[in-house]
Ligand binder design. Structure first.
Ligand SMILES: Cc1cc2nc3c(=O)[nH]c(=O)nc-3n(C[C@H](O)[C@H](O)[C@H](O)COP(=O)(O)OP(=O)(O)OC[C@H]3O[C@@H](n4cnc5c(N)ncnc54)[C@H](O)[C@@H]3O)c2cc1C
Length: 387
């Protein structure tokens, strides 16, 4: 079993339940996820068979309350995300979308009927959800969205297109954000609704083991009960993104740990120049030292944000720093690890190149590195450099 990466006794800061949850997730990833990922990545296949298993493990919507789920604390939930992404960013993305972007809005903005209908099935993995915010012409700036919803009698009629939607063609229900005369609102659109369709995006060299789709709504008529009653304005969608970004801030630590540990072990065994391990060369040690230092800093920031979240004191600008720092840290760790494996680093005999390619997406989605930089800039100057 994976031994973990703990340079500065960070484990001593977790309580017993947190360590137990991590242990369960670690074992699940070692036994069920990692053995599948190389082939899934080659075949560009999301391992759907893991969905009910993740449901049974309580990983879906794990930190949400009120529907009989796992009701984990935010640090336990973060540790689950870390382990899942040690397996693959696509598997963690599935769980992040299902929990933070589909179950969270239903818990927070949904009617009692919507909660009853969807939450138990989404938690068990019997149903899958997706979150449609991004459009072909509006990524970093979703406020410009063109997807519209107008009322027609008791029904709503949706028109527009969403793209880059994780889980899109798998989804039984899509949380779709659309412009209405009263501002942006969220809708639950069910698979099979006339006028609604989803199709997959192919040709990805990143997140190959994740389903990414486009959604089209052409005079798609949904009943009045599809509106999420509490979701008013873009702020509601951004609240969901804050939840998902929190899970990314933890998840990427897992990918970084896998890259670092693979490189550390490799450099101790691989010999070059006078039969000495490459780990004995100072330039190699410098890279390992950088990686473990940055991983340790990322662990501490994730843990602190988790404690703040449990106390209700975590702010969106804090999460921007977590997501930006930890995603950049993981991407650079993957690049350095790839370098240390030399030619072997480019093959899928090792997980590094897969993590590296995935992390390029993680840098971009859920707010690009630039956008989180501007959020932090606004926070410290009081001046927004973007609208
Ligand atoms: C695999 C994958 C899965 C995804 N899953 C989902 C999903 O489930 N649901 C969903 O809604 N979306 C999803 N997305 C979309 C993702 O959130 C967007 O790609 C992201 O928000 C960036 O938008 P964009 O790709 O249109 O890039 P753009 O917004 O066009 O940005 C391109 C570049 O311009 C920079 N830029 C833009 N504006 C500024 C500015 N003001 N200042 C400085 N730099 C700027 C960006 O930082 C970036 O470097 C996914 C994306 C990928 C790749």
């Amino acid at each position: 079993m994976f031994r973990g990466v703990d340079y500065m006794l960070v484990d001593s800061l977790f309580n017993e339940e947190e360590l137990l949850v991590r242990q369960a997730a670690r074992q699940f990833v070692d036994e069920r996820v990692i053995p599948l990922m190389r082939d899934c990545y080659r075949e560009a296949r999301f391992p759907r068979e893991l969905i009910p298993e993740m449901g049974r493990m309580g990983f879906l919507g794990a930190n949400l309350t009120g529907f009989g789920g796992a009701e984990m604390g935010n640090v336990e939930y973060g540790l689950v995300m870390q382990e899942l992404e040690r397996g693959d960013s696509g598997v963690r993305s599935f769980a992040s979308v299902q929990g933070a972007l589909v179950m969270y809005p239903i818990v927070t903005f949904g009617s009692e009927e919507q909660k009853r209908r969807w939450l138990p099935r989404l938690a068990s993995g019997e149903a899958v959800g997706c979150f449609g915010l991004t459009e072909p012409d509006f990524g970093s700036n979703p406020a410009g969205m063109r997807t519209s919803a107008r009322q027609d009698g008791a029904a709503w009629v949706l028109n527009g297109e969403k793209t880059w939607i994780t889980n899109g063609t798998l989804a039984d229900v899509a949380v779709v954000w659309a412009r209405t005369p009263e501002g942006i609102r969220g809708f639950l659109v069910e698979k099979g609704t006339p006028g609604y369709s989803a199709s997959d995006i192919h040709g990805k060299w990143s997140m190959r083991a994740s389903v990414t789709s486009s959604l089209a709504m052409a005079d798609c008529r949904v009943p009045a009960e599809s509106l999420l009653p509490g979701a008013r304005g873009l702020k509601a969608a951004l609240m969901c993104l804050t939840q998902a970004r929190y899970s990314i801030g933890w998840g990427v630590i897992g990918a970084a740990m896998d890259c670092y540990e693979t490189a550390r072990q490799y450099t101790i065994v691989r010999k070059q120049f006078r039969d000495r391990p490459i780990a004995s060369h100072q330039l190699v040690q410098e890279k390992l030292a950088w990686m473990i230092t940055e991983i340790t800093k990322a662990q501490l920031m994730a843990l602190h944000t988790g404690r703040l979240k449990d106390q209700g004191r975590l702010e969106a600008a804090h999460v921007s720093m977590l997501k930006r720092n930890n995603a950049a840290m993981a991407l650079e760790t993957a690049r350095l690890a790839r370098d240390l494996l030399g030619a072997n680093g480019i093959t899928d005999e090792y997980p590094i190149m897969r993590h590296l390619c995935n992390l390029e997406t993680v840098k971009t989605y859920e707010g690009t590195d630039h956008i989180h930089t501007l959020v932090i800039g606004e926070r410290v100057t009081g001046i927004a450099a973007y609208e």
